[in-house]
Design a protein around this ligand. Structure first.
Ligand SMILES: Nc1ncnc2c1ncn2[C@@H]1O[C@H](COP(=O)(O)OP(=O)(O)OP(=O)(O)O)[C@@H](O)[C@H]1O
Length: 263
């Protein structure tokens, strides 16, 4: 059976204020496949995800989502994507039930099904009891579970996650990671950025971004053999071999929001 492409991105480039932030990034992702993008702060991971998910228009290049031109018809592309942004995107004056109802309406899900779909999503997220409380008092883990439930409600073909476990406590991290693992096992295609190399290690393929360029893209094992010297090497070793720098010593400064959450 031939692989069905979910993402086909060609030569994506984007500048901010005259500075090239992403340059000529091309990548494919097939149905059922997982791809992790790693790279130091400022490497262009979030900008790349933005262009792949129609949140950000590239200066040049093309993106197809499930065969559709995402730049020509972003609405249609978005219907096939479930996205978890790096910064929580919830209105904390709302309740989880209201949040999911709104999402159902925005995605044009049948009104007669909404109550049942929302109840089901709340149950899966372990938020049934908290369904009618305002989000304001929720833990980081509860918020992420709600965002994940929302991202999945319209049954996307691809889940896109920007640093999904950032800022979570160890329990929240493990819980979210188990949920992502179960989705992958069910055949969901997943594209993720991460700083946690052990998270990237478990993905089918890893893309390494440095200075806005995709310097390598392959299975973790192939990357280690080609650039780390052996299959026992770490992705840190691979990055160092490819760029001459350590993955965690990116020359771009940490963004204030990130520093705050990591402190
Ligand atoms: N809207 C914007 N306006 C100006 N510069 C931007 C904008 N968005 C991103 N940049 C800059 O582009 C570069 C790449 O940012 P991006 O967020 O894509 O990197 P990243 O690899 O996701 O980093 P991090 O790991 O910190 O999230 C950074 O130098 C950033 O400051």
């Amino acid at each position: 059976m031939s692989a069905v492409p979910i993402i086909e991105a060609r030569e994506l480039s984007r500048r901010f204020g005259g500075r090239a932030v992403v340059t000529n990034v091309s990548l494919n992702l097939n149905e059922g496949e997982s791809l992790a993008l790693i790279g130091p702060n400022g490497a262009g991971k979030t900008t790349t995800l933005g262009m792949l998910t129609t949140a950000l228009r590239p200066d040049s290049g093309s993106v197809r989502i499930a065969g559709q031109d995402a730049l020509a018809d972003p609405r249609r592309a978005r219907a096939m994507l479930g996205v978890l942004f790096q910064d929580p995107a919830l209105d904390d004056r709302m309740t989880p039930r209201e949040t999911l109802r709104l999402h159902a309406a925005l995605h044009g899900l049948p009104r007669r099904d909404t109550a049942a779909l929302v109840a089901d999503a709340l149950e899966r997220a372990g938020l049934s009891e908290a369904a009618d409380r305002t989000i304001r008092g929720f833990s980081g883990g509860m918020k992420r579970r709600l965002e994940l439930a929302r991202a999945l409600m319209h049954e996307p073909r691809l889940l896109v996650l920007d640093e999904p476990t950032l800022g979570l406590d160890p329990q929240g991290r493990l819980d979210l990671w188990a949920r992502i693992g179960a989705l992958r096992a069910s055949g969901m295609a997943v594209l993720m950025t991460t700083h946690v190399l052990s998270e990237a290690e478990s993905f089918d393929r890893v893309g390494i971004l440095d200075g806005g360029r995709l310097v390598a893209l392959d299975t973790p094992r192939a990357l280690k053999l080609a650039h780390g010297g052996s299959s026992e090497a770490s992705l840190d070793d691979v990055f160092f071999h490819l760029t001459g720098r350590a993955l965690r010593d990116g020359d771009a400064p940490l963004r204030p929001a990130l520093v705050r959450r990591r402190a």
